[in-house]
Design a protein around this ligand. Structure first.
Ligand code: HEC
Length: 159
């Protein structure tokens, strides 16, 4: 009994190894399960930009003819909308890292920074912390700007 006991898990591990090796072979042979639909232009216009706008429109203050206006949401639904946008933005960073979309090591770094900054915005909105949301919004802006400076070749500096 003492001798045969360890042989059972070993045999199972061996069998599992064969099964896993079989899976690995199939995965490399088969196509990837995902399929990119939007190009980078559409990903920016339809996913990143609207989500970032929700966050930027919900953080800080603006001066209007009526005076100083706090942009932070005042209702639960308002904050929930910011959480949604922040999660969208954070996960959009992952979308930017799909093969075929990446532009190299710096691109990956900016995309990861977007995942992080979006998560900070999500946490700020969950905590209804308007100062933290403002900070996260600033970080998000820096990430957008950094990647555009390097990768958006048609960027018009006059605008
Ligand atoms: C990892 C790199 C990267 C990051 C991060 C990034 N962008 Fe972009 N963005 C690009 C590239 C490249 C283009 C040019 C795409 C094209 O060819 O039209 C672009 C273009 C755009 C455009 C113009 C789309 C159009 O109509 O042509 C908008 C708007 C935009 N980005 C918004 C954002 C916002 C907002 C953020 C941050 C929340 C952001 N981007 C973050 C790479 C990035």
């Amino acid at each position: 009994m003492r001798r045969s006991f360890p042989t059972i898990p070993l045999a199972m591990a061996f069998a599992a190894g064969i099964v896993l090796a079989g899976c690995a072979d199939r995965t490399t042979e088969a196509e990837q399960p995902y399929r990119a639909v939007a190009d980078i232009h559409q990903t920016m216009e339809f996913i990143l930009d609207p989500a970032a706008d929700v966050i930027w429109d919900s953080a800080g203050t603006i001066i209007t003819a009526q005076g100083r206006e706090e942009l932070a949401p005042t209702t639960d639904e308002g904050w929930a909308g910011v959480v949604r946008a922040a999660v969208t933005l954070s996960e959009a960073g992952n979308l930017l890292m799909l093969p075929g979309r990446t532009g190299g090591a710096d691109w990956i770094e900016y995309s990861q920074a977007l995942v992080d900054a979006g998560e900070l915005a999500m946490q700020a909105a969950q905590a209804k912390d308007s100062d933290a949301l403002f900070d996260a919004g600033g970080r998000i802006f820096q990430v957008c700007k950094a990647c555009h400076t390097q990768y958006w070749v048609e960027v018009d500096e006059s605008q």
